[in-house]
Design a protein around this ligand. Sequence first.
Ligand SMILES: [Zn+2]
Length: 69
Amino acid sequence: MRTHFGVCQRKRRYASEAEALEAAAKAAVTLRPYRCALCRQFHLTGRTKGMRVPRFVLDRKKEEEGRGA
Ligand SMILES: [Zn+2]
């Protein structure tokens, strides 16, 4: 993914993917961590179309389905 400088400046940075995933798991919307080419750290993006879904999203879905039935 190409990262623009402005986006990098604006976005919150995470030192590790695990940290970014933790933050993403707490968010109300589906977010996905990606490595930024500019700062070499991790940001979160809401653009998940065509991307691999993170593990916690699948787990969350499973949980919701289990509750719903
Ligand atoms: Zn960055």
